[in-house]
Write a protein that binds this ligand. Structure first.
Ligand code: HAM
Length: 434
């Protein structure tokens, strides 16, 4: 029978290659940083009604048009694996009326997202994001503070080679005016545009500016600038965002070509691009922006201003330096007993449990082979200390303690064992450290 494989673009994370520990550190660092910025974690389902993303992310976006994993819920309703977290979080905020209890809400999240894209380095079909969203505050200070959160989080995990690109798409009025200007500009060149951009011309001409197709480049360069179309209010908002970012010391560049691939944005948008070269073509570490219309579009009776971002965990790990693992202080308990000596085996298990309760990482080779094979296993698992117990030790309430780095072995009364281990752990020689 053919062996089964994981779905293309959906990856296993194996503990042996050290990736698990790196993921943990990254997620912990994100939780720590976002808590310091006043965020609380929300968890929403991996699966939603497909309509949420159609209405939220936008029908004409690549994500909804080509990349969503949708399926029928036993013929009842069309469901989708979430391609992103923003629409789900807004749905949850509306459904649970969270803004009725608190005028400003700061939510963060960590989780898997799904997009049926062509797999490549840094681009997967199941990928993971850390993200943060603020609801109920339309101040440019929020835009700056959240961009600053993203940027200081990157620094906290050792990513220093990146640029923050910012732009303003303006509010509804600007967008409508700019749409007209783009239509007027691109329409005479319709035939020369890529087929995809011809479609975009009808559905959302702004997205032509996002095109990577060589046929569109020459026309893109001469397109009217969005910045020129901003209303005085939008302009003032954007100026204040930049002023706050400067005051915070968060480096950024204004990039008038930045439009983002999701339809819900208005006013400030931003993207963080890796400049170390370690990501290749998929160099966007993350992005986000303001989405003041999304609550209303998803059925909120009251408009709620919102701002947020998400960063791709896999890409962060490609860009982040790999720190050296700290060697754990591990204790092995070994039975000096015949294979059927249950009392000794039970004694070993009980001692291991006690040590674990006191915070020591403790291993037991529960196959209970010969003492030699248990010692070999302890060595393979890089135990710093081995505790040997036989019937004599059990009767005398003692253990025989062997330091693996030096080979030194001595008897320790059970009552003194925890103190002895704590002292040994503090002594660098015990862990084999120089
Ligand atoms: P997005 O730009 O679609 O924005 O995704 C954010 C980040 O997720 C990307 O920059 C990238 O690092 C990562 N990412 C996206 N697709 C993939 C993929 N196929 N494989 C690996 N990584 C990927 C959003 O998702 C918005 N929800 C961000 C947001 C939050 N806007 C406002 N609030």
């Amino acid at each position: 029978m053919a062996t089964l494989q994981a779905v293309s673009g959906m990856n296993d994370l194996l503990p042996a290659d050290g990736q698990g520990a790196r993921w943990h550190r990254l997620e912990t660092a994100f939780r720590d940083t976002s808590v310091r910025y006043g965020f609380q974690e929300v968890r929403t389902p991996l699966c939603e009604y497909a309509e949420l993303f159609q209405r939220g992310v936008g029908e004409a976006t690549d994500i909804v048009e080509k990349e969503m994993y949708t399926f029928d819920d036993r013929g009842q309703r069309r469901l989708a694996l979430r391609p992103e977290g923003t629409a789900s979080a807004v749905r949850a905020a509306i459904e649970h009326s969270v803004l009725a209890r608190d005028p400003v809400v700061r939510w963060s999240y960590v989780g898997a997202m799904f997009r049926a894209e062509r797999p490549a380095k840094g681009r997967y079909r199941q990928f993971h994001q850390v993200g943060a969203e603020v609801y109920g505050d339309d101040s440019p200070a929020v835009d700056a503070e959240v961009i600053d959160l993203a940027s200081s989080f990157l620094q906290s995990i050792g990513i220093t080679k990146f640029i923050v690109r910012v732009n303003s798409l303006g509010g509804a009025e600007t967008r409508a005016r700019y749409r007209e200007a783009l239509l007027a500009y691109f329409a005479p060149h319709r035939e020369a545009l890529s087929p995809e951009s011809q479609l975009r011309l009808e559905r959302n001409p702004l997205r032509i500016l996002d095109s990577k197709d060589p046929r569109d480049q020459a026309f893109k360069a001469g397109a009217p600038s969005l910045v020129d179309a901003l209303t005085p209010e939008d302009r003032a908002h954007f100026d204040r965002v930049q002023g706050f970012l400067t005051a915070l010391g968060t480096p950024f560049v204004v990039d008038a070509s930045l439009v983002r691939g999701l339809d819900y944005y208005s006013r400030t948008v931003f993207e963080i691009v890796d400049t170390s070269g370690s990501l290749g073509a998929q160099d966007a570490l993350g992005g986000g922006g303001r989405y003041d219309q999304l609550f209303t579009e998803l059925g909120s009776a009251k408009p709620v201003p919102a701002f947020g971002f998400a960063l791709g965990i896999e890409r962060l790990l490609l860009a982040a330096p790999v720190e050296e693992e700290k060697k754990p202080f591990r204790v092995a308990v070994v039975a000096v007993a015949k294979p059927d000596e249950n009392t000794t085996h039970a004694g070993v298990l009980a001692l291991a449990r006690e040590l674990r309760m006191h915070g020591f990482e403790t291993v037991v080779d529960t196959r209970f082979g010969s003492m030699k094979s248990q010692m070999r296993r302890a060595n393979d698992l890089a135990a710093a200390v081995v505790l040997l117990i036989g019937s004599n030790e059990l009767a005398a309430e003692q253990v025989s303690m062997k330091l693996m780095a030096t080979g030194e072995q001595r008897s320790v009364p059970r009552a003194a064992l925890l103190d002895e281990l704590t002292q040994t752990q503090r002594a660098p020689a015990a862990t084999g450290a120089p």
